[in-house]
Design a protein around this ligand. Structure first.
Ligand SMILES: C[S@@+](CC[C@H](N)C(=O)[O-])C[C@H]1O[C@@H](n2cnc3c(N)ncnc32)[C@H](O)[C@@H]1O
Length: 315
């Protein structure tokens, strides 16, 4: 079996000392304060570390688009280690971080980037010690005596993400939707990415991203996340955050992205929900509540008025 070749990231350093991708002509993180931006956008907006306090399972799973220098990973590892030290009685005791990377940063560029965050030095050294060669596929690193697991998928996320196995109720508790700006990397920011994120998300999974682009917000909503705008980091006006409110519906959405498949998914959701309606309500009216678009269309054809205000003759 042949795999597509993996190329290392081509990087130069700007006058602020920030790594800049030659592949995408964009910075890996803010010139102002990359670590604080990470903490604000990805950790705090996903309600970390607060959620860990009463998290009911022993393993908390974060997934990320674009590993880059590993800054997000190192920042969350640092907070998780602190959380465990301060809350040894907490149920959650393992952090599993899944990240996708198309152009792995070289060891020497990692070292140069990590030098900017002395407070992460101990974690960064641990990462670099086990950092894998640029070979396609999933590289699992077990760190900090098993407290941290890092699954690093090298390859394009569009090829890797479908390979991540998930049970029906999902595996991911929290998404870091990172990546270069949508305008610099339009290929990655696609509906199939958002649908794939929803496929892996557990019920109540949260998502945060630095961008407030309307098509990203709409795409995540289409995939099944409830999204809202919030204040961005520093001088940035907005960013968006959300929650997977209806995992069952999201699973239906990812049947496919074509219109007929979406229609099929919508009808099957409606039918599934119909079985849960009270027995005195007719199927027609139940379906009208659940799938107004389809039923209204048929209603118009049949002149059937299935609304709350006009009682149905069958109910
Ligand atoms: C802004 S950087 C991520 C920064 C990173 N989270 C960090 O903590 O340093 C975006 C990353 O996404 C990666 N990327 C871009 N398009 C991708 C794709 N289609 N599949 C996987 N990774 C991709 C880039 O190579 C880059 O490393």
């Amino acid at each position: 079996m042949t795999h597509p070749k993996i190329e290392h990231a081509q990087i130069h350093w700007n006058e602020a000392g920030t790594p800049v991708s030659d592949n995408f002509d964009d910075v890996y993180f803010s010139n102002a304060n990359g670590l604080e931006e990470t903490r604000y956008v990805f950790l705090q907006q996903n309600q970390l570390p607060e959620r860990w306090l009463d998290f009911p399972r022993d393993r908390f799973v974060i997934a990320e688009t674009g590993f880059g220098t590993g800054l997000n990973f190192l920042a969350v590892w640092q907070w998780f280690a602190k959380f465990r030290a301060e809350n040894p009685q907490a149920t959650v005791n393992q952090l599993h971080f899944i990240s996708f990377e198309k152009f792995p940063v070289t060891q020497s560029d990692l070292e140069k980037a990590h030098a900017a965050w002395p407070e992460l030095a101990e974690f960064a050294a641990g990462l670099r010690e086990h950092y894998p060669a640029a070979v396609p596929g999933c590289h699992r690193l077990v760190l900090a005596n098993g407290m941290i697991t890092l699954d690093l998928w090298f390859g394009d996320i569009k090829d890797s993400m479908p390979q991540v196995w998930t049970p029906d109720d999902g595996i991911v508790d929290c998404w870091f939707l990172d990546g270069f700006a949508p305008s610099k990397n339009p290929e990655m920011w696609s509906q199939s990415l958002f649908d794939g994120m929803a496929r892996l998300a557990k019920q109540d999974c949260t998502v945060a991203t630095f961008t407030a682009a309307g098509f990203v917000r709409r795409g995540l909503i289409e995939a099944g996340f409830a999204m809202k705008k919030t204040k961005g980091f520093g001088t940035k006006r907005d960013m968006i955050v959300g929650t997977m409110a209806e995992h069952a519906n999201a699973k239906q959405q990812v049947l496919g992205t074509s219109a007929p498949r979406r229609l099929t998914a919508r009808i099957s959701r409606s039918l599934a929900a119909v079985w849960r309606v009270p027995h005195w309500q007719c199927l027609w009216c139940a379906a009208a509540e659940l799938s107004p678009c389809i039923v209204n269309m048929i209603s118009r054809a049949w002149q059937h008025q299935a609304t709350d205000k006009v009682p149905c003759i069958l109910c």
